[in-house]
Design a protein around this ligand. Sequence first.
Ligand code: ZN
Ligand code: ZN
Length: 176
Amino acid sequence: MEIKYEDLIAFHGHSCPGLAIGYRMTNAALRFLSQERAEDEELVAIIENNACGVDALQFITGCTFGKGNLIFKDYGKHAFTLYSRQSRKGVRVVFDPIKIPEDIAKDRDRLIEWLLSVAEKEIVSLKKTDIMEPEPAQIRRSIKCDFCAESMMDTRAEKISGKLACIPCAKKLRES
Ligand SMILES: [Zn+2]
Ligand SMILES: [Zn+2]
């Protein structure tokens, strides 16, 4: 079952070049992995930016923050890795903008159209990869911030002069 770009627009809220790129990258990754994995295996995505394209990835693959199978690394790169939790084998997908014609790049609508129709290999590179790093621990113990009294995951607490601070409070204290 292939998800249509129109369905993605409804999910994301608008059509944009980033969404079109994410659509092409995700479809390329799934096609690559379908030769490697069983149909019911759960996928994990490691994303390297948090822009529009990630919505395509979330919607199509079912990897979401809430389920814990979407891991964000803030590298500012147009790339992600999609892998099977069972086999730990996956694919790294990178978007390459070099082939975008200059006149098309300036026109948003034409660019979207171009991104959706150009041959996959012109804009997407795929590389088979093994995931070596262990799964992030899913510790969800909840503790209270000594400053605002709101609860947080214990992994996010910071010690400030002997007290526990949440991230926003710690930031405020550092700035004051
Ligand atoms: Zn967008
Ligand atoms: Zn706080």
